[in-house]
Design a protein around this ligand. Structure first.
Ligand code: SF4
Length: 549
């Protein structure tokens, strides 16, 4: 079916212009806020030509502000925070006072799959153009910092020569498609979603029919029984299930998301075979484009539309207006039997070889390390590497006789395959080092917290997740962590404002997915953090009941 906005512009429900939320499908094409205005003025994808022909030649000061703070995201570029501006100034300074003349650049890695050739190019770009920076994000991407606008075309040349891109890595677009990091190799896999991810990418990414969405649109596809792509908090997710009549396919979820008003996605009760995943994805992204709310940015994610419509109406609109056919009813996925879903450690593949997952600290690696990982993966495997949604990495296709040597090689890079609970379960967002929205530091704080907790609680081996955010946004998924830490300024003992965190406790994905409780008034300074977490965990150990998490 066609999925152009013009074809679906007929009013389909009675919503007056005054009460509308800016949905295209009910006739609200008038830009309703600054973001809608710049998207209407020019498609975000068009900025590439200006970057290549004007901005990279004339320098940072030549960049049109609407491109600089808007459309450049469509190509994975954000200005980074000027060094030395403390978190207390984040809310009071104008964007231009906070921003540096350097960029963060996000490389999308759909499905988390990389060849060692690609990894080497990422390592090279990091070392030549990004002062060695390279962070693995919790959406399987890799992010560089310190990028100069002058270097962007050459970076694109290098990345694209090996099949990588930054297209729609940020912005109001279909973002990277998450995929199981062990797709196609895991012994316990229900179905391999890789062909569906490739087809979604082919149809949707860089396609101007889908490059002006109300806000970002996140997709996840996994056929692993470990439910290893955080499907509950994506706008759309396809989760592997075995249908009693039709066999392996995917259960369809929509409307998950964190940040303001976090929501766990809802099941539509539909089973989707592998070769129809891309059709259904196109239908749902089209619904979001046509009916999604555009009036207020903080109500523009798909989850608000899903909450208003409910699963039944959403499925009916998808079937009747976008697919032109009924979907097959299907079962829910089984609950995962394990709490860790990061694939860390040594595991047998279904072909008899092994995959080896390892844990960088809070997702932080660097270009030189990535190059060494590529060397190790080539020497011990077939040249395939994957990133995970837990800021971890995996080397694939390792013969049994090679496993020990690979494990030792990784360990020599401080990339352990048998991390402590704290190394394994701690994630951190970018934070104040580079992020203009940040209030507190996160990466170094997370790393030192790991060391401190390992020293204080050497025997603690219960799976536990500790997620640090540098501001009230949710880039490190604080609401679904056992201990979620939301960066803000807090008062210390002397009544002075210092960096600290609001604490959320008891969130989870997978088994008993749900949001942590914001413990009213419970705020800790950054300096107190190890003491506080030690107290919580010791008390948990002392008072837990049988089987309690
Ligand atoms: Fe920046 Fe806040 Fe996201 Fe952290 S959570 S990367 S500080 S916007």
């Amino acid at each position: 079916m066609s999925a152009t906005p013009q074809n679906s512009a007929e009013p389909r429900r009675k919503v007056s212009r005054h009460r509308g939320e800016g949905q295209w499908a009910v006739g609200h094409f008038t830009p309703l806020n600054a973001n809608e205005q710049f998207k209407k003025d020019d498609d975000g994808l068009n900025v590439r030509t200006r970057i290549e022909t004007i901005y990279s030649r004339r320098g940072f000061d030549s960049i049109d502000p609407a491109d600089l703070r808007g459309r450049m995201r469509w190509w994975g570029l954000y200005t980074q925070r000027k060094p030395g501006i403390d978190g207390g100034k984040t809310a009071v300074l104008e964007p231009e006072e906070l921003e540096d003349t350097y960029f963060m650049m996000r490389v999308r890695i759909d499905g988390g799959g990389l060849t060692t050739r690609q990894l080497r190019v990422i390592g090279e770009v990091s070392q030549e153009f990004a002062r060695g920076t390279a962070d693995i994000t919790d959406r399987q991407n890799i992010q560089f910092h310190w990028i100069r606008i002058e270097d962007v075309p050459e970076i694109w040349n290098r990345l694209e020569a090996v099949g990588l891109s930054t297209t729609e890595a940020c912005g109001d677009t279909p973002r990277v498609v998450l995929g199981s990091p062990v797709a196609g190799i895991a012994e316990d896999e229900i179905i391999d979603g890789t062909p569906a991810i490739e087809e979604i990418h082919r149809r949707i990414i860089g396609n101007k029919a889908f490059s002006n969405l109300p806000r970002k649109f996140k997709t996840a596809v996994s056929g692993s029984p470990l439910l290893d792509v955080a499907h509950e908090i994506n706008d759309i997710a396809f989760v592997g299930v075995d249908h009693p009549e039709h066999g392996p396919g995917f259960d369809l979820w929509v409307g998950g998301g964190l940040s303001t008003n976090p929501k766990i996605g809802v099941r539509l009760g539909a089973w989707v075979p592998l070769d129809e995943v891309a059709d259904v994805h196109e239908g749902v992204v089209s619904i979001f484009r046509d009916y999604g709310y555009r009036r207020l940015r903080n109500r523009a994610r798909l989850k608000f539309l899903v909450a208003d419509w409910g699963a039944e109406k959403f499925r009916r609109v998808l079937e009747e207006e976008y697919l032109g056919r009924r979907l097959v009813d299907g079962p829910a996925p089984d609950q995962p039997v394990e709490r860790w879903r990061d694939h860390v450690g040594v595991h047998r593949q279904r072909d008899g070889r092994f995959y080896v997952g390892f844990a960088p600290r809070v997702g932080r690696v660097d270009g030189a390390t990535l190059t060494k990982i590529a060397d190790l993966a080539e020497a011990h495997g077939s040249g395939r590497v994957r990133t995970t949604v837990e800021q971890k990495m995996i080397v694939l296709d390792v013969e049994e006789a090679q496993v020990e040597s690979l494990v030792e090689g990784l360990q020599a890079l401080d990339l352990t395959t048998s991390p402590s609970t704290f190394r394994r379960g701690t994630m951190a967002c970018t934070g104040i080092e580079y992020c203009k929205l940040a209030i507190v530091e996160t990466k170094a704080r997370g790393s030192s917290l790991i060391d401190e907790l390992e020293r204080r609680l050497p025997d603690f081996d219960e799976p536990i997740t500790i997620n640090l955010n540098g501001c009230p946004n949710a880039c490190a998924r604080i609401q679904v962590a056992d201990i979620g830490l939301k960066g803000q300024l807090v008062l210390d003992d002397r009544g002075e404002q210092v960096e600290g965190f609001q604490v959320h406790l008891g969130g989870a994905l997978g088994l008993e997915a749900g949001f942590g409780r914001k413990v009213r008034g419970l705020k800790v300074t950054s300096a107190e953090l190890p003491d506080y977490i030690e107290r919580v965990l010791k008390r948990f150990q002392a008072e837990r009941e049988e089987g309690e998490r």
